[in-house]
Design a protein around this ligand. Sequence first.
Ligand code: CP
Ligand code: NVA
Length: 306
Amino acid sequence: MRHFLTLKDFTKNEILEMITLAQKIKQQTKQRKFVPYMEKQTLGMIFEKSSTRTRVSFETGIYQLGGVGLFLSSNDIQLGRGEPMKDTSRVISRMVDMVMIRTFEQSKIEEFAKFSKVPVVNGLTDAYHPVQIMTDYLTMLEFGKENPTVAYVGDGNNITHSWLMLAAKLGFDLRVATPKGYECDASIVSEALAFAKESGAKISFSTDPKEAVKGCDVVTTDTWVSMGQEDEKEVRMKAFDGYIVDETLMNLAKEDAIFLHCLPAYRGYEVSEETFEKHAEVIFTEAENRLHAQKGIMVWLDNHRI
Ligand code: CP
Ligand code: NVA
């Protein structure tokens, strides 16, 4: 049995298998063919943080696969009153067929997975957002960016860490520009660089958005204030001054470069209104692709049970 906690645990081939499945299932879905790959299965969905896309896409996704999603907000289950993660895991995983969790520390989802009888999927932690990045890869392929140079501008966070792992595993080039003090986690960087050595990915880091974006195929960013960092908002706004992705910056990328955003977007901060709206078709296809990419991941995990 496999868990989907970080892309670190998967080979290039396995990542591509999930993407191929997602593409096939997307095509079927678009033809209104809902193949019950996971008939009668229940997906437990534990949320310790807010969500729009993750909740709707997983709940709809499992339903379209013939199963049902169970929305479990930590405010409403005993986990929120202090029941240990390992007990929650031992109870819920005896009743459902797969679990998706959105939580804080990566160690919490690892703890859940350790005690789980069923596959566990990371729906975002402080360290990673791997289902989002699989979605972003699916979207890049759809927009003709097969072997891209990607520039990430902004906070060195869960999204950036996931980009690092995706690029390092698949072997494409990634340039990360973060302000001083908001770099990626050093241990995740060193793990990613070790994978990059094997795959041939060129990964670079700087504090200069212009240098990162120059001549690239894909530009991406994320909020400057992630969930759980609300108290740091004021300090962060100052630190990220000059890191907005706007048309001046986009003009340095290739003419046909696309812009991705995992959403929610904060216009006037990490992205300008103009750039956001100019790339809205790609951005909202990316949002829709959460549904399709995650179906690929769930079906792949279901096929790898023993
Ligand atoms: N991108 C993303 O995960 O969105 P939600 O927080 O709305 O789920
Ligand atoms: N980095 C953001 C991503 C939201 C989808 C957060 O963790 O809040």
